[in-house]
Design a protein around this ligand. Structure first.
Ligand code: IVH
Length: 686
C-alpha cells in the first residue's frame, strides 16, 4: 500500500495529538480513557511511521518522551538520574530479536537475564540519606516528578529507616558484598507502588455498598491514593511496594555488579523484592518463565502486565547503552491485556435470591486475556449513572482473575448519536412485581418474594449449595430444569422428587437419578448452623448462622427470639436482626420449615458450651494472604466464635499464622520467629 507524503504527515500528527491526550489523562489525571492495549497499538503505529520516515521525528513526539507531564499539586522534584522507561515486546519473536541484537552488540554467545514481573502500579523514587527516608517522588515525565513523601511514609512496605549501619566518612571505600551491613551515605531506591488485588476488591466492595464511585483498577487506585492530599486517607488505602532497581548512589559506595545481587542488596536494606524474580541463562529460559507466569498470573495478589527481562551483568548493561528514552539492555514482554474496549449492546436485570436487581451489560464478545467476554456487571443504577453508560456506547471492560468482568468506563468520544439511556425498571423483569429502593441502599429490589420465580430458583440453588445442605450433584442448571418443568416450586419439593421423574429428563439416566435421590437422602442429616444458613435469610452468611445457632441452641428458640435478643449475638446488628425477624414472621417460611422437618430433615442438638470450653480460647491467630471463598472478616468471626483472638501483627505471642495465597512479610516474620504457619485448610476444618 502506498501513501503520499501528506497523508503520512497527517496521520503522524493525528497519532501524536491522540497519544498526548491519552498521556495527559493517564499520567496527570489518573483517569485513562482507553485500554492500555489500544494505547500501545497507536504508539507502535507512530514508532513504525517515524522509523520509515525519520525526517518526521521531532523531539516532542510521544515516542521520544517517557510519559505525561507531572502535575503541580505537591511541588516538583528533579530526579538525580532520569527515570527511564522500557521498550515493549508484543510477541516471542520480538523478544528473540531483542536478544539477537544484544548478542551482536555485546559480541557474546548468550546473555544471562533477570526475569522480573512488570508490576502494574506506579513507579516511584525513594531517597535515603544516612539511612533515613528524606524524599519520595513519582516518575513524572522521567526528569521531574511530584513530591509524594507524605504518602510514601504511609506505605508500610517502604522502610522509613534502612537496615544496617550508615556510612562512616573515615572509611573511604565500601564494597557492599564485603561490608554487607553498611548503608550508603546517599542511596535512591526505585520500585513500584501498587495496590494488592485483594485490597482493591475489598475497597470496591465497600464503595458499591455505599453507593460511591468505584475505582477503575488497582493501578489507578494506587496512583490516586499516592496523590491524595490527606496522608491519613492514603494510609487507609493499604498500598504495597516492590523495589526493582537502584538509582543514585553516593560515590563512596560500590554496588554489587549484577542486577540480581543488587536486588538482594536492597532486600537487605529492608525493601520487599518480589519472590518471583529469577536469573536465567538465556533467552529460551526467558520465554519459559513468561509462559509459567502467564499461568501463575491469576493467582498472584498483585497485577502484572508483562515480564521484564534485564541483562544481569551491569558491565554488559553499560556496554549495551541506551536509546533516547529506554535502555537497550532491558525489554518488557507484554502479557495479554486485562482491559479491552467493546460495544454495550443491551442491559439485562438479573434477579438474585433476595430480589436484588443487578444490571448486567450484554457486550459484543471480545477476547480479554484469552477469555471471551460477552457479559459484565454494572453493580447498580448509581454506578450506571456515574459511568454515564448508554446502550450503543463503546465501553472499557476489565477481567482479572476469577472475578466477574466489570465495566470500567465509557469512551465518550465514541458515543453514537442514537445511544440510548438506561432506565431504572419499575417492575421485576421476571415476575412483574413492582421494584423498590430502600433508603440508603444502592440496590433496587423486586418486591415479589416467593411469588417471583427468579427469587424462588435462586433460593433453591442456595439451599442445595455446598456450604448449605450440600446436595451433591444438584447444580444450578438442574435446579433450573426442575423449576422449568414445574417439578420443584419450593425447597421442600426437592425432597418429594421421584427417581423415575428425574430419570425421564433429558441427559439424566437411571444411575444419575439414583445418585441424586441418595444425595438428597444424605443431605437430610444436617446441623443447625447449616440448616439456618441454607434458608437464605438476608445478610445471614455462614458465620452469622453459626453464631446464632450456638447462641440459641435450638431452631424454636431462634424463631421465637425478639429483635433485641437477636441483636445480642456477636456479628448481629439491628439490620440483620430485622431480616431474621421478618423471615420468621412470614407464615409461608414457617410452613416450609415444618414441611422440611416432616420430610426428614433433621439435626442433632447443640451442646451448651460455656466460655471456658471454647476450643480456641487463649489462642491468638494472625491471618495473611488471600483466602479462597471466605473473606478475612468471615475468617476472623469464625475464629472469634470459637474463643480465639485475631491480631493484625505477628509476634512471639502469636499461636499461629494462617497464611493464604501470596503471603508476604507476615509469613517471613512468622518464619523468623518460629511461629507455626497454617494454611487455609485449618479454617475450613473449624
Ligand atoms: S525497571 C530502565 N522493573 O515499568 C528500566 N520497571 O517502562 C527502568 N515497571 O513505569 C524500570 N515493573 O514502574 C522495571 N520489574 C520492573 C518493573 C518496572 C514495573 C514499570 C516502571 C515504569 C515502567 C517502565
Amino acid at each position: 500500500m502506498s501513501h503520499n507524503k501528506s497523508d503520512i504527515e497527517k496521520r503522524v500528527a493525528e497519532l501524536r495529538a491522540t497519544l498526548d491526550n491519552y498521556n495527559y489523562q493517564y499520567y496527570v489525571l489518573d483517569n485513562p480513557t482507553v485500554p492500555d492495549a489500544e494505547y500501545d497499538r497507536l504508539l507502535r503505529e507512530l514508532q513504525q511511521l517515524e522509523s520509515e520516515h525519520p525526517e518526521l521525528v521531532s523531539a516532542d513526539s510521544p515516542t521520544q518522551r517517557v510519559g505525561g507531564e507531572h502535575s503541580k499539586k505537591f511541588g516538583d522534584i528533579r530526579h538525580e538520574l532520569p527515570m527511564l522507561s522500557i521498550n515493549n515486546a508484543m510477541s516471542t519473536e520480538e523478544v528473540v530479536d531483542f536478544d539477537r541484537r544484544l548478542k551482536k552488540t555485546l559480541n557474546i554467545e548468550s546473555v544471562e537475564y533477570v526475569c522480573e514481573p512488570k508490576f502494574d502500579g506506579l513507579a516511584i523514587s525513594l531517597l535515603y540519606i544516612s539511612g533515613k527516608l528524606v524524599r519520595a517522588a513519582t516518575r513524572g515525565d522521567g526528569y521531574t516528578g511530584e513530591n509524594i513523601l507524605h504518602n510514601a511514609r504511609e506505605v508500610s512496605d517502604i522502610p522509613k529507616t534502612l537496615q544496617g549501619t550508615p556510612f562512616e566518612p573515615n572509611i573511604d571505600l565500601f564494597i557492599a558484598e564485603t561490608y554487607s551491613n553498611t548503608v550508603p551515605h546517599k542511596i535512591e531506591v526505585r520500585g513500584e507502588v501498587y495496590m494488592k488485588k485483594s485490597v482493591f476488591e475489598n475497597l470496591n466492595k465497600k464503595l458499591v455498598n455505599k453507593g460511591e464511585k468505584l475505582l477503575a483498577n488497582p493501578r489507578n487506585a494506587a496512583a490516586g491514593s499516592l496523590r491524595l492530599l490527606d496522608s491519613k486517607k492514603a494510609k487507609q488505602r493499604k498500598l504495597s511496594f516492590f523495589a526493582y532497581s537502584i538509582g543514585y548512589v553516593s560515590d563512596e559506595f560500590e554496588l554489587p555488579q549484577t542486577q540480581f545481587k543488587r536486588l538482594k542488596f536492597v532486600e537487605k536494606l529492608g525493601f520487599p523484592v518480589c519472590d518471583k524474580v529469577k536469573v536465567v541463562s538465556n533467552v529460551s529460559a526467558c520465554i519459559k518463565y513468561y509462559e509459567e507466569m502467564l499461568i501463575e498470573r491469576e493467582s498472584l495478589d498483585y497485577e502484572i502486565d508483562g515480564i521484564v527481562y534485564k541483562v544481569n551483568d551491569i558491565a554488559l548493561q553499560d556496554k549495551a547503552g541506551y536509546v533516547s528514552k529506554a535502555p537497550k539492555w532491558a525489554i518488557a514482554h507484554k502479557l495479554p491485556p486485562q482491559e479491552e474496549s467493546t460495544k454495550l449492546l443491551s442491559i439485562d436485570f438479573q434477579v438474585g435470591r433476595t430480589g436484588a436487581l443487578t444490571p448486567v451489560a450484554r457486550l459484543e464478545p471480545v477476547s480479554v486475556g484469552g477469555v471471551t467476554v460477552s457479559n459484565a456487571t454494572l453493580h447498580n443504577m448509581d454506578e450506571i449513572a456515574r459511568l454515564d453508560a448508554r446502550i450503543g456506547d463503546t465501553v472499557i471492560i476489565r477481567r482479572a482473575g476469577d472475578v466477574i468482568p466489570q465495566v470500567v468506563s465509557v469512551i465518550l468520544e465514541k458515543r453514537p448519536p442514537d445511544a440510548e439511556e438506561i432506565l431504572t425498571p419499575t417492575n421485576c423483569p421476571v415476575c412483574d412485581s413492582p421494584v423498590e429502593r430502600t433508603k440508603g441502599e444502592a440496590v433496587i429490589r423486586c418486591t415479589g418474594g416467593l411469588v417471583c420465580s427468579a427469587q424462588r430458583n435462586e433460593s433453591i440453588k442456595h439451599f442445595a449449595s455446598r456450604k448449605a445442605m450440600d446436595i451433591d450433584g444438584l447444580g444450578d442448571k438442574l435446579v433450573e430444569i426442575f423449576a422449568e418443568k414445574g417439578m420443584v416450586k419450593t425447597i421442600s419439593d426437592l425432597y418429594r422428587l421421584k427417581a423415575a421423574d428425574i430419570a425421564a429428563l433429558e441427559r439424566m439416566g437411571e444411575k444419575s437419578a439414583e445418585n441424586l435421590i441418595n444425595a438428597l437422602e444424605h443431605s437430610k442429616n444436617t446441623t443447625l448452623p447449616k440448616f439456618l444458613y441454607s434458608l437464605g435469610i438476608r445478610e445471614v452468611g455462614e458465620v452469622t448462622a453459626k453464631n446464632i445457632a450456638h447462641h440459641f441452641l435450638t431452631l424454636d428458640a431462634i424463631i421465637n427470639a425478639s429483635q433485641e435478643e437477636l441483636e445480642s449475638v456477636p456479628d448481629v446488628g439491628p439490620i440483620v436482626a430485622h431480616h431474621i425477624r421478618a423471615f420468621f414472621d412470614n407464615d409461608e417460611n414457617i410452613e416450609q420449615i415444618n414441611e422440611l422437618k416432616q420430610l426428614g430433615v433433621n439435626w442433632p442438638d447443640i451442646e451448651q458450651t460455656s466460655d471456658d470450653e471454647l476450643p480456641l480460647k487463649g489462642k491468638t491467630y494472625v491471618i495473611t494472604g488471600t483466602l479462597d471463598g471466605i473473606s478475612r472478616t468471615e475468617a476472623k468471626s469464625k475464629l472469634e466464635a470459637l474463643g480465639a483472638k485475631v491480631s493484625g501483627s505477628v509476634s512471639s505471642k502469636t499461636t499461629a499464622l494462617i497464611a493464604g495465597a501470596s503471603a508476604g512479610s507476615k509469613l517471613k516474620k512468622a518464619q523468623e520467629l518460629g511461629v507455626e504457619v497454617l494454611d487455609q485448610s485449618f479454617l475450613d476444618s473449624l
